[in-house]
Design a protein around this ligand. Structure first.
Ligand code: ADP
Ligand code: MG
Length: 154
């Protein structure tokens, strides 16, 4: 692999990953193109690779991927990184918008960092319209199709 990082910056791109490492390289490539105040909405079933993707983001931002863990129970993890703080949310257990507000979601959007949300479809109405949408679909045990949709800037 892999494709130059300019590819991940296209309005719509689908990439095939054949391993955890490739998923993380794709995420790291994307991370290097991100500026502050960006929301990433991660979609995909349990075990698709959403949390592995977040590890790659940390790698690309100059942080420590090993600090990343699934925030399924705590709802929010915060990781400092070389460039931008990453706010990692998991909406799996979110049932009402009030649950999401309880973790201070509104304030997170004002922190000049990167906000990344697993199970984003559960809180789709609460996410900004310019969120980057990332779908991870399992195609086989070790292969994933990763689709990145970036809304037009402005
Ligand atoms: N190409 C791949 N990309 C990402 N994860 C993969 C891939 N192939 C196998 N896996 C496995 O899938 C699982 C993904 O777990 P995780 O990232 O926690 O999923 P999610 O957060 O979507 O529930 C891990 O066990 C990982 O080893
Ligand atoms: Mg996860």
């Amino acid at each position: 692999m892999l494709l130059p990082s300019s590819v991940v910056n296209l309005p719509h791109v689908t990439l095939d990953s054949h391993s955890v490492e490739e998923t993380q390289i794709i995420a790291a490539d994307l991370a290097r193109t991100l500026s502050s105040n960006t929301v990433l909405a991660l979609h995909g079933n349990l075990g698709a690779g959403k949390t592995q993707f977040v590890r790659g983001l940390l790698e690309g931002l100059g942080g420590n991927p090993r600090t990343v863990s699934s925030p399924t129970y705590v709802l929010l993890n915060i990781y400092p990184s070389g460039r931008l703080t990453v706010y990692h949310l998991d909406a799996y257990r979110i049932t009402t918008p009030a649950d999401f507000e309880a973790v201070g979601f509104g304030e997170l959007l004002e922190q000049e960092g990167i906000v990344v949300v697993e199970w984003a479809s559960r809180v789709a109405d609460l996410l900004p319209a310019n969120a980057i949408q990332i779908h991870i679909d399992s195609t086989d045990e070790n292969t994933r199709q990763i689709t990145i949709d970036q809304p037009a800037p402005g």
